[in-house]
Write a protein that binds this ligand. Structure first.
Ligand code: SF4
Length: 149
């Protein structure tokens, strides 16, 4: 039930998030609350909206092949993290966040989170169709940070 709700929330973010950007804030807010509540180790297996979406929906069309070992290597993980942070910072720059809190800052931040979700979902779904529904998780910057902090 929890995972189904989580998957539906994720579906809502990537389909309606640009119209309702606070959905993006909600997802990252939930992540923050779960980390503060000491649930970070269970995030990927139990709570993550994208993980639930990949397991419950995308797995039905994934070939479920083994994930290549090099996906778990440091080079792949750090490259993904670097690209992710670079895209995030670029969007903050474009949104004028480096010069103070802009007008409609929360809405703009929500749109940035939603765009990050949409872009990374494109990659996650492509990888799922190629190998395994959880291939993205081997590279996922959030998951890798959660496993290491
Ligand atoms: S690795 Fe990333 S996408 Fe996968 S379950 Fe964890 S936080 Fe979610």
């Amino acid at each position: 039930m929890l995972r189904t709700g989580s998957a539906v929330l994720y579906l809502a973010v990537i389909t309606l998030g640009l119209k309702f950007p606070l959905l993006g804030i909600l997802v990252f807010g939930i992540l923050g609350v779960m980390v503060l509540a000491g649930q970070r180790k269970k995030w990927c297996s139990s709570y993550c909206p994208r993980g639930s979406f990949l397991d419950l929906l995308v797995s039905r069309i994934s070939p479920r092949k083994p994930i290549p070992r090099w996906f778990f290597g440091k080079f792949s993980r750090y490259s993904a993290l670097t690209i992710f942070i670079a895209i995030f910072l670029l969007q903050l720059w474009r949104g004028q966040f480096f010069f103070g809190w802009p007008d409609n800052g929360l809405i703009q931040l929500g749109k940035i989170f939603v765009r990050m979700c949409i872009i990374s979902s494109g990659v996650a779904i492509t990888l799922a169709l190629w190998k395994n529904q959880r291939t993205w998780c081997s590279l996922c910057p959030a998951g890798n940070l959660l496993r290491r902090i």
